[in-house]
Each structure stands twice: as C-alpha cells, then as structure tokens.
Ligand binder design. Structure first.
Ligand code: SF4
Length: 342
C-alpha cells in the first residue's frame, strides 16, 4: 500500500478542514478563517524534539494522535484541498509549515508551485531554519511563488531555546542560526515580509519577551504571538499556560512595537520583569481592540489573514487571540485582565 505522505498528501489545521467542508461544524461566535494552514506530513514525523510541541519525537503517544499548536491536523490529498479552495472568497492566504525532515525542502517547492498555479491565494511558508543554510533556498521559494515567510523562534531567550528546542532535549535547532535565517529572509523577501513566531509562557519574563519582539522589529520581522497551551502527551503537559494578564500585556506591547508607536526601551518593568509601564498612554489603544486580535501574515486586504480561530485555547475558555474584532464587553474584560489600570 502506498503511504499517504507529502507532497501528494498534506495535513490541514482542524479550522481549515471545517472551512474547506471536509468536516461539519462552525466556529464559536461565528469566527471566519481567512488563512489556510497546511503542514507537511511524513511517516517519520518531524526530526525536532521541541519540548512543548505536539509533533515532537519525544512525545509519548503514537503519530495518529499527534496535535500541533492545540489543534488536530487531519490528512487530505493536496488535490482535494486545492479543489475545495475554489470559490471560497473568505480565504486570502495559505501557509505551508515545513517541519524538520530531509524531504521538506523539495516538497515545499512542489506545494508552493501547485498553489501558485491553481489558486489565487497569497502564499506563506513557515520555514524550518535548521534545513536552510544559504539564501538560495529562500530565493527559490520566492521564485516559486511565496511572498512571505515565518520563522518559529518560539522561545524568547537563548537559554530557553537551548533548553526546550536545542541541546537540552537533544534537538537539532540553534538559537543563533534561527536568527541568522531571519536576517537572510528579510534580505530575500524584504523588511516586514518576514514574521517570527513567539510563544508566551514558556518560562520567560515579560521583559525578556518584549526584548525578543523588539529584536525582531529591529531586524525587519513582525511578531506573530502565541500563548503556550500544554499539549496532552507532550513533555510539557503539566506546565501551566501564561496568566491572561501576562498574555494581554505582551499582546499590547507587541502591537505598540510592531506598529512603531513605541519601543522596548521606553517600557518599564518591575523587579520580576513584569511590564508595569508601556511608555505611552494605553487607554485609547485598548479601546481600539485590534492589539488583542490574532497576529499573523496579512491577506489581500492588508489585514491579518492567518487568524487561527481557537488555536491557543478551548472555545469555552477566555479567548486569547481574537479571530475577530473584540466587542465592547470583550474590551471591558481585557481591561480588567491587563491589570495595569490603577
Ligand atoms: S503567521 Fe504567517 S508564517 Fe505564521 S502560521 Fe500564519 S501564515 Fe504561516
């Protein structure tokens, strides 16, 4: 029996599967998915061992039960996915997550080209820096049809990165190399056509997270923020998610930095590294609501397309990344959660 592996088969996020009509269901509060997330799939899985990830090789369960950033990833043929995108105007962008596997690079080129030729979606690639050693691979992705790339730095400090993704877990990834690839990517795709993923709550202080966001901004990469969620069966299943207060403060700081309204060195922190002053009047910014929406690659309209509904939380719990504009009651809750208004 032939194996269902990439590039002919590819996993989609559960949200993408529902939106493409492969499974019945709709989203809590009628959220609409605008970005399709795809994930390369191989029998051997990802060669990384990242401590927090549902795809990690050190995860205890079998491959069928694997999850990744808190959502199931069902497997479909690329052909079916492409056909199902037709006529779905709500979709603006598609993102190919590479994973760390020897075949990932050539398969990524194949998938980009098919999506470019057969859909009108903008194309992002969430690249695997460990597989990238020179600009040529990035230039080839751009030529094939990708207009943006993301780099999942995930952990905000070199120590946490090493401990959770590198030497600490016997994994192949290196902090310095990841940032080198961010730099390479900005020179190939252009400043702010590159995004970095950072996960809040892996053990960093708020000051450290804000400094990592600023580092990305200085290099020409906006931050796409995630809230740590303990994946069942992953080595970090017992580690708590960040408090809502911590997440809200980092969301606001990220927005201020990425919108160019302020910088990390204008912000003030207490002795525990908690953000206590944003260096700017925040009440009007909170009222806008947008700082608390999902951050990700934009769509054709310039607004965030990769809105990942309920990618970081259970629909029943408080929403961390709003996949739609927060409403008046949401803003009232957010104000309390921020815990900075005397
Ligand atoms: S933010 Fe961009 S790179 Fe990251 S998952 Fe979304 S589309 Fe992909």
């Amino acid at each position: 029996m032939t194996q269902k592996v990439s590039p002919e088969y590819i996993q989609t996020s559960l949200a993408a599967s529902l939106t493409l009509g492969f499974q019945p269901g709709s989203f809590h509060r009628n959220a609409k998915l605008k970005g399709l997330n795809l994930l390369l799939h191989y029998e051997e899985g990802c060669l990384g061992k990242c401590h927090f990830c549902g795809l990690s090789r050190s995860r205890r369960q079998g491959p069928r039960e694997k999850t990744f950033i808190r959502v199931d990833w069902p497997l479909y043929s690329l052909e079916d996915i492409i056909q199902s995108t037709k006529g779905k105007d709500q979709l603006h962008r598609v993102c190919i997550s590479m994973i760390t596997h020897p075949k990932a690079m050539e398969d990524t080129f194949h998938v980009i080209k098919r999506l470019r030729d057969e859909t009108d979606l903008c194309i992002s690639v969430l690249i695997s820096p460990t597989l990238i050693h020179q600009e040529d691979s990035l230039i080839a992705m751009k030529k094939a049809g990708a207009d943006r790339v993301g780099v999942a730095i995930d952990a905000a400090t070199p120590q946490l990165f090493d401990q959770l993704r590198g030497k600490g877990v016997g994994g192949p990834h290196q902090w310095g190399h990841y940032w080198k690839v961010v730099h390479m990517a900005t020179s190939v795709f252009g400043r702010f056509y590159v995004g970095i993923h950072l996960i809040v709550g892996l053990g960093e202080t708020e000051r450290e997270m804000v400094e990592a966001i600023q580092k990305g901004q200085d290099m020409g990469a906006h931050t796409h923020l995630f809230s740590f969620f303990p994946e069942k069966g992953s080595p970090m299943e017992g580690h708590p998610p960040p408090s809502l207060g911590q997440y809200r403060r980092i969301q606001l700081a990220r927005w201020i930095i990425n919108e160019g309204l302020g910088s990390a060195n204008q912000m003030k922190f207490n002795g525990n590294g908690r953000l206590i002053d944003f260096g700017i009047e925040i009440e009007p910014l909170v009222q806008i609501g947008e700082p608390f929406m999902t951050s990700g690659c934009p769509g054709r309209d310039g607004r965030v397309a990769c809105n990942r509904p309920y990618g970081n939380e259970r629909p029943s719990g408080p929403i961390r990344n709003f996949p739609f504009m927060p409403e008046k009651e949401d803003i009232e809750d957010i104000k309390k959660q921020l815990d900075v208004f005397g």
